[in-house]
Design a binder for this molecule. Structure first.
Ligand code: LLP
Length: 422
């Protein structure tokens, strides 16, 4: 379990007992291991360095925008991929400079474009409409980059595939020259070209990704020759997956970095190489801990916990698999197959990847805790207040120091936007 350990049959994170942390800080509780995040970042960075490429990592903060994580990545000189003005504003509060941020939004409003222009953020446009509206809003018409849809997508679930015909993102590859002409006509300098084909790919999908990377280079050459100057960067987006299941393979990091490097070198490209990983950096560094409220055999054995899909939506929304560990009794051979149910009023509110696929766990008792592993990416950032349930607290562990970064919400927090106090 990588950075997690089992000692005397109890789950530990960075040497701390997970159930004790849960009792101390309250549940549901997200725990992040910051050292692991740094390791993941450096692993990726160095795999490109080994290929002779100084890749610029734009961490996709939609995966996890906890300020302590952002500040730590800032220290490592990470740049950012942002998708909303509020992400940009938080990034700036955490010390990022405008020049280190690339904004890749979709269905972007004029109001969004105004804010981004004021903050001097480079906008990666994904429609001709955005180019036209930006030209009106930003009369100085400085710089943009262009997101293309290279038709081939990849991802862990159909909702996370972001290229192809029935996908809203990016400018279709056949319209890219038209987009470049339009932008050029308005006087924009086109700084770069971008793709993000989808999220959470492993194995064979890396080949699909490399096919699109080749396409991106072809488009880069076409646009550069049309404009008469070389673009400054090529952004291959994010997407590297992590092994969620016990027998999933690791992400083939060498194949990925060597593949990109080879394509860039073959074509003698001088542009900077950008990537935008989110999940790969934070995914395996976080766990969600919940307390067991109920253990009961109904038609099937059910464990009821004090969190629901308002805390971690991935299983309910994507049928995503997360390993589940009984914190106080990790390794017992005395097991049972359970439905791990949340506390929301929906039948789909379970942490099994499918309600009909029960999860084998050691015999559980009320008052014990479970940990959902690999919950560092798209966990808290997708949390909600459904059923007026509060969002979890978040703690960070760094070099064996624990910091409570965000306390658990309460009802008052949820009512702050009401015009009239109750
Ligand atoms: N760049 C862009 C433009 C993106 O839209 C995304 C993710 C990324 C980078 C980072 O992708 P990553 O390296 O994390 O795969 N909620 C889903 C994932 C949605 C990803 C959305 N865009 C999940 O929980 O699996």
């Amino acid at each position: 379990m990588e950075h997690l350990d089992v000692l005397e049959n109890r789950l530990k994170i960075c040497g701390f007992d997970v159930a004790e942390l849960a009792e101390k800080y309250g549940t549901p509780l997200y725990i992040y291991n910051l050292d692991r995040i740094v390791e993941n970042y450096e692993l990726l960075k160095s795999s490109f360095e080994n290929e002779g490429i100084n890749v610029k990592i734009h961490y996709a903060m939609k995966a996890n925008s906890n300020p302590e994580i952002l500040k730590e990545l800032r220290k490592l000189e990470s740049c950012l991929d942002c998708v909303s003005p509020n992400e940009v504003k938080l990034a700036i509060k955490c010390g990022f400079k405008s020049k280190d941020i690339l904004f890749t939004g979709t269905s972007v409003s004029d109001e969004d474009l105004k804010i981004l222009t004021e903050e001097e953020i480079l906008i990666n446009v994904d429609s001709l409409s955005q180019i036209k509206r930006l030209a009106k809003i930003n009369p100085k018409r400085k710089e943009i980059s262009i997101r293309i849809n290279p038709q081939i997508g990849a991802g862990i679930h159909e909702h996370t595939i972001t290229a192809g015909k029935y996908v809203k993102f990016g400018i279709p590859e056949e319209n890219v020259i038209e987009a470049a002409k339009l932008a050029n006509g308005f006087g924009f300098k086109i700084k770069g070209i971008h793709e993000h084909i989808g999220s959470g790919w492993l194995g064979n999908d890396v080949k699909n990704f490399l096919t699109t990377a080749n396409k991106l280079i072809e488009i880069y050459k076409k646009i550069s020759s049309f404009l008469g100057y070389e673009l400054e960067f090529i952004d291959f987006g994010g997407g590297p997956g992590i092994p969620y299941r016990e027998n999933d393979e690791e992400f083939p990091i060498k194949q990925y970095s060597a593949g990109i490097s080879e394509i860039v070198r073959k074509e003698d490209i001088n542009a900077d190489v950008f990537i935008e990983p989110g999940r790969f950096i934070v995914g395996d560094a976080g766990i969600l801990v919940c307390k067991i409220n109920t253990v009961e055999d109904k038609y099937v054995p059910i464990i009821g916990v004090d969190a629901g899909f308002n805390c971690l939506i991935r299983p309910a929304f994507y049928g995503a698999y997360h390993r589940i560990i009984l914190c106080e009794n990790v390794e017992s051979k005395n097991t049972k197959d359970y439905l791990i149910a949340g506390n929301l009023c929906e039948s789909g509110d379970v942490f099994n990847e499918n309600r009909e696929i029960l999860r084998k766990l050691p015999i559980a008792e009320e008052g014990q805790h479970i940990a959902l592993l690999d919950a560092g990416a798209y966990g808290f950032t997708m949390a909600s207040n459904y059923n007026l349930r509060t969002k979890p607290a978040e703690i960070i562990i760094k070099e064996r120091n624990i910091k409570l970064v965000r306390r658990k919400e309460n009802l008052e927090d949820m009512l702050t936007t009401l015009e009239e106090k109750l």
